[in-house]
Write a protein that binds this ligand. Sequence first.
Ligand SMILES: *Cc1c(COP(=O)(O)O)cnc(C)c1O
Length: 475
Amino acid sequence: MAAVAGQAPPAPGTLSTMRAAPPPPLAAQPTPLSRLLGIALDALRTGAEERGGPLPAGGPQAVTARVRATLGAVLPETGTGPHEALRTLVHLVAAGAADPAHPLCAAHLHTPPLALAAAADLAAAALNPSMDSWDQAPAASALEAEVTAALAAEVFPAADHPDALVTTGGTESNQLALLLARERHGTALTTVTGAHTHHSVRRAAWLLGLPEPVVVPTPRGVLDPAEAARALADQDGPVLLTATAGTTDEGLIDPLPQLADACAAHGAELHVDAAYGGPLLLSATHRPLLTGLDRARTVTLDLHKLGWQPVAAGLLAVRDTGDLAPLAHTADYLNADDDTDAGLPDLLGRSLRTTRRPDVLKAAVTLRALGRTGLGALVDRCMEHARDLADLVEKTPGLELRDRPVLTTVLFRPTGAEDTRVAEIRRTLLADGRAVLGRAEADGRLWLKATLLNPHTTPDDLAQLITLVEGDTDR
Ligand SMILES: *Cc1c(COP(=O)(O)O)cnc(C)c1O
């Protein structure tokens, strides 16, 4: 850019006579794409080899210095060409990645994406459909309609017309749930939440101009139905209770049937944030843990957690497609009335976004490839890993287990350690690039938190995680 500043603009015709490099090929052309893909895949491998562990060693300063040094000019005057750029930067990001596929990366519900889902996502990027009008996404929008209806029917099996919106994740799903509730009840709508509720619910209330949510304490990690009922009874106007199936701190599930009863008794609506726990629906063994989920009016799901999708893959399921009516919106250039009357599907009311990726493709590929049984088995394996890790903690002198896991979250800490020590252990493992663990407060104390989403984790990996924490405890 600097060279252009102060220069006179080129005279008409000059640009076309300049000898420039040919324009790079477009993504939907398979041959150039496969050549570039080879380079990208190679760089993923070399980057991971250089890293060697679950995340880069050295902490933020080392990583930032390395990125700056390799990158140099962000926008060089003359480009380096596709091969060099792709090789260099994919290697850089891979070498500096917190790799969720590494078994010692066990925090934040950060999922290792399935290869087939990543491949489908590449195809989506190459085709680049945009889900805001039918003429930008004919088949992708039809696919989305089928998949969302089918997934919503998993959540609301008895509903006549269940439906779901595709979102960027639990945050957007919770926002939409509160928005739809506000449109049904007005801006006096009070949200009753638990202290354990995901932060995005409070933010959504703020964003939507709703009253500050009423927060019910959750000392045991889940909402107590009697206390929730009391909070509902205390409100004068319309109320939405948000419950959680898969809490962020402890991976617990609120008592959904009792909370649904409390809502029914007090004329309140129920939203369930099942961003984490929702996919238990696909496991014959663990589905009963979600009994009562279908009594919610809206349910948040995230397939980029226990669904093994690359980000983003969120859903908001609604019991009836008519519930989405408040999102209806017209822009003449996208869904003119006469186009809609002539039968062109109207997509604008399916999101608050306009241009929107076809995130449904990777999910559809995954559902078809693995089936209910295959996905359920992945859920079951992660649940087993959590129980195995809890067993290991219980068998390790010097480590304390918070409680037996309900989902795939395991909280543990060195017995008798100060909270500052627990925080330090986690940061040391991060700084050394040896393990990624989360942290959570429970019972007034700080805990190390492992969130196990990697179906390929082995008993040896879990033992190594414990050894690393023990080693650090002894330092
Ligand atoms: C992850 C999570 C969210 C937020 O989802 P994003 O996909 O990060 O936007 C909300 N609620 C719960 C319970 C979650 O686990």
